[in-house]
Design a protein around this ligand. Structure first.
Ligand code: SF4
Ligand code: SF4
Length: 451
């Protein structure tokens, strides 16, 4: 075989393994270049560069799929500059499946190895494969984070301004260190929780990974709200990460492994619904049927799973929220002035906008003030605030500016990433606001009812 032929074969084999080339071409060629998505795209809004817009990115993806350009480092960088907020998908009149394009493009960048370097490889391997596939290790890290704060070490570290000795990126990471909970979900929720009265529904509850470490109280509140709405709740004590972090960061194979583990944790036939309270997870969990479409052992189960998966707000609106009965509203509810930030993967990823407002409006005495640009990304976007800190900080500042103008004392939001990003932004910009999950506010109303 001469050198030219051998080069050609190498090229062909690279093309055949190219993930965008293998993707269904009806998805690749859906965009009709109308540009209606451009004003909704936060990265295009910031730079006004076509390459940083949905239309520009889709053109790049199509060029790679068509073999007109190689998968290069610049391509990989562009795909990771995208937030994955899916605002473009909501705006698009042609129904472009940006979720699939975006996930495939990032997976292609990883397959081609165009962004590889020893530091990035080590961090990815540690976080995606090491930490987020091992719930016990993740809880151990959560316990260390809790100790760091509870022992006073964090206060001393910051009081002595030792954080100033850290490089900028590490200093920012230290500043954003979330407050881990003292107890995790399995210590707050029994495997089976039953309502005192009639059982109308049987549901499974997902406790998540980050949610379990930093917002396990939201999981407990979710269980209490479900029980107050006549649901028997089954919460397996050992649960795995849903894999959304992996799918959004180009590691589809690990995402598939985690999806199979998740499916094995629940007896789907005995449940009316599987409930999640984290928007980013829900958006991914509803696509298990696509993720495992070529796995004969799991495809049927994944379809049933996708059929039964519900965001908590969606489920409550579907079965009808029982409004809490509180007689003396004045003495129990004060300053419940709330604004609502819409997590991208709830409003764009799952098209759930009405139901969280229904939950909030069911709470007696709550005043809801609409937030300007409520569907605009806050900059959290999974681990975007770690990988792209400058753009994330811009979006965080914009969001906090609107929150401050709303005059509300509470921001309600249904995603742990947004929760932490807004909480850390409030501290950074001195905005006097508390971040709560809508379900936690409803759970408190039921507690007041019981009192
Ligand atoms: S997902 Fe968000 S950041 Fe990415 S192209 Fe769409 S609108 Fe822009
Ligand atoms: S993604 Fe949709 S809205 Fe954006 S340019 Fe293409 S067809 Fe138009």
């Amino acid at each position: 075989m001469n050198v030219e032929n051998s080069k050609l074969n190498v090229e062909r084999s690279a093309q055949s393994s190219n993930l965008l080339r293998k993707l269904d071409y009806s998805i690749v060629q859906q965009c009709m270049h109308c540009g209606m998505c451009l004003p909704t795209c936060p990265t295009y809004d910031a730079t006004k560069v076509e390459r940083n817009s949905p239309r520009g990115r889709i053109s790049l993806m199509r060029a790679v799929a068509d073999g007109r350009i190689e998968t290069t480092e610049a391509f990989g960088d562009e795909m990771y500059f995208c937030l994955g907020c899916l605002a473009c998908e909501t705006a698009c009149p042609a129904g472009v499946d940006y979720t699939t394009l975006f996930e495939t493009a990032r997976a292609e960048a990883e397959r081609a190895g165009v962004l590889r370097n020893p530091k990035r490889d080590a961090i990815r391997s540690l976080v995606l494969k090491g930490l987020f596939t091992r719930p016990n290790l993740l809880r151990f890290v959560g316990r260390l984070l809790w100790l760091y704060r509870a022992s006073g070490a964090q206060g001393i570290f910051r009081g002595l301004r030792l954080n100033r000795l850290l490089p900028y990126r590490l200093r920012e990471l230290e500043r954003m260190t979330p407050r881990a909970q003292e107890k995790f979900s399995h210590q707050l929720i029994r495997e089976t929780e039953r309502p005192a009265g009639e059982v109308k529904y049987r549901v499974g509850l997902l406790t998540g990974c980050v949610q379990d470490i930093v917002l396990s109280d939201v999981n407990r509140d979710t269980m209490e709200v479900l029980v107050a709405n006549s649901c028997e709740v089954f919460t397996p004590s050992a649960q795995f990460c849903c894999g959304s972090l992996h799918a959004h960061n180009g590691d589809v194979e690990t995402a598939k492994i985690l999806a199979r583990r998740q499916l094995d944790s629940f007896n789907l036939d005995s449940l009316d619904a599987i409930i999640t309270n984290a928007a980013g997870c829900g958006s991914h969990l509803k696509h298990y049927d696509h993720l495992l479409a070529e796995d004969p052992a799991y495809v049927a189960k994944a379809r049933l799973w996708a059929h039964k998966l519900r965001d908590i707000h969606e489920w409550l609106a579907e079965i009808g929220i029982r409004p809490p009965k509180i007689d003396n509203q004045k003495s129990t509810i004060e300053n419940l002035h709330v604004t609502y930030h819409e997590a991208c993967h709830l409003c764009h990823g799952q098209k759930i906008t009405r139901q969280p407002r229904e939950v909030l409006k069911a709470i007696p005495g709550l005043k809801l003030t609409e937030l300007a640009e409520s569907t605009w990304c806050c900059g959290s976007a999974g681990i975007y605030n770690i990988t792209q800190p400058e753009m994330a900080a811009q979006l965080q500042e914009r969001k906090l500016g609107h929150i401050a103008k709303s005059g509300a004392g509470i921001v309600a939001t249904g995603n742990p990433g947004c929760h932490l990003q807004i909480e850390s932004g409030a501290k950074k910009f001195g905005v006097d606001v508390t971040v709560r999950h809508p379900i936690s506010l409803l759970a408190e109303a039921y507690r007041r009812e019981r009192r």
